[in-house]
Design a protein around this ligand. Structure first.
Ligand code: ZN
Ligand code: ZN
Length: 317
C-alpha cells in the first residue's frame, strides 16, 4: 500500500509569497556557479542532486489530509484543505465513475474539516462519502461549517450520499477493507488516532496529540497503540524546547517525543506531520536533520527511517 500526503500543515494553511520564491531562485542560481553546461539535462541533474529540498521544492501549504491507497475504496485521514486537491485528482482520473470514500477525522478543529466544502466528489450523485470520527458533534460540525453565514452551499445540497458514523474509541472496526482501531489523544476537546491494518501491514495516524510528563512511564498506553507500526504519522509541530517551555497544553507534540516513542514501540518508519505553518522550508529541513541527529544520540543502532511530510509526498508501505 501507499500513503499520499495531500496536506501537511498544522493549524492553518501556509502562504508562499513572491519573496519566498525569489529567495529560492537566488539560492539556486548561486549554487549553480561553475556548472559546466546549461543544457536541459545538466540543469535537471543539477536540480536533482545539487540543491537541497527546501530550495528545489518545499513542504507545501495545505492543512491536514492524508490518503492511504490500497484497494477500490478511498481511505482518507482528515479533511483539511488538502482534501480539495485530492478531490480534484479523483475528478481528473474518473469523473464519471461512482466512488466510495471513507474519511476519518482526528477531530473537528477547523484545519481538519475546512477542505470539505471544496471536495468536488461530494457534489456528484452516486458517490458514497462516509465520514467517521469519535466526537458526538461530528455531523453538527460539518453542518455548521456550511451554514449560510459561513459558506454559500449547505451540506444538504451536496448531492452525493454523505453519511456520518460516530466510532467508539478503543473499539476495532472493519472499514474499506482495513481493520481500524481508534485511540483517544490529549488535545483541547480531545482528538483521536487511528491504526489501519491490512495484509500484515500497519499504519498509525496520530495527529494533534500532545504527550506530557507521563510519556516516560513504561506502560504509557501509546506504546501499545504504535507497536511495530510499519509507518507512524506523528504530530511533531514543535521542537522539543518549544513544546516544553512555551507551548505546553497547546495540544501538539514534538520531534524528540516522536523519535523516543517510535523507538520504544518498535516503529519501522516515522513521518512527522502537522508542520508548523509559520516557519520557512529551510527551517523545516533543518528540523528534520536535527531530528535524525537526535535519533543517532538516543538510539544509535536503531534503524528508524525518519521523514518530514510535505504536500505531494508518497511513502510505500
Ligand atoms: Zn490541527
Ligand atoms: Zn486541533
Amino acid at each position: 500500500m501507499k500513503v499520499h500526503f495531500w496536506g501537511t500543515r498544522g493549524s492553518l494553511p501556509a502562504s508562499v509569497t513572491a519573496e519566498i520564491i525569489r529567495t529560492k531562485i537566488f539560492k539556486a542560481i548561486k549554487a549553480s556557479e561553475g556548472l559546466p553546461s546549461y543544457d536541459d539535462n545538466a540543469i535537471q541533474q543539477f536540480i536533482d542532486t545539487g540543491l537541497p529540498f527546501s530550495v528545489k521544492g518545499g513542504y507545501g501549504t495545505n492543512t491536514s489530509c492524508t490518503e492511504i491507497m490500497d484497494g477500490e475504496d478511498y481511505i482518507i485521514c482528515d479533511a483539511g484543505t488538502g482534501l480539495r486537491d485530492f478531490g480534484n485528482r479523483v475528478m481528473q482520473q474518473g469523473a464519471r465513475k461512482q466512488h466510495a470514500f471513507h474519511i476519518f477525522l482526528s477531530h473537528l478543529h477547523w484545519d481538519h474539516i475546512q477542505g470539505f466544502p471544496f471536495f468536488v466528489p461530494a457534489y456528484i450523485p452516486g458517490n458514497k462519502v462516509n465520514i467517521y470520527g469519535c466526537h458526538d458533534r461530528l455531523e453538527g460540525s460539518f453542518v455548521t461549517q456550511q451554514n449560510f453565514d459561513n459558506f454559500p452551499v449547505p451540506l444538504e445540497a451536496m448531492s452525493s450520499d454523505i453519511r456520518f458514523t460516530v466510532l467508539e474509541p478503543g473499539k476495532t472496526y472493519t472499514i474499506g477493507g482495513f481493520t481500524v482501531k481508534t485511540f483517544q489523544q490529549s488535545h483541547p476537546g480531545h482528538s483521536y488516532g487511528y491504526r489501519f491494518e491490512k495484509d500484515g501491514k500497519s499504519i498509525v495516524y496520530s495527529t494533534d496529540s500532545e504527550h506530557k510528563q507521563d510519556v516516560d512511564n513504561a506502560n504509557y498506553p501509546f506504546i501499545a497503540f504504535f507497536r511495530d507500526a510499519d509507518l507512524l504519522i506523528f504530530d511533531a509541530q514543535y521542537a522539543f524546547s518549544e513544546a516544553v517551555l512555551a507551548k505546553e497544553d497547546w495540544g501538539h507534540s514534538n520531534n524528540m517525543s516522536a523519535v523516543e516513542l517510535s523507538v520504544r514501540a518498535g516503529v519501522k518508519r516515522l513521518c512527522m506531520y502537522h508542520n508548523e505553518p509559520t516557519v520557512d522550508d529551510a527551517t523545516l529541513e533543518e528540523f528534520l536533520e536535527k531530528t535524525r541527529r537526535y535519533l543517532a544520540l538516543y538510539a544509535e543502532s536503531y534503524p528508524l527511517i525518519i521523514d518530514l511530510a510535505y504536500d505531494g509526498m508518497e511513502i510505500e508501505v
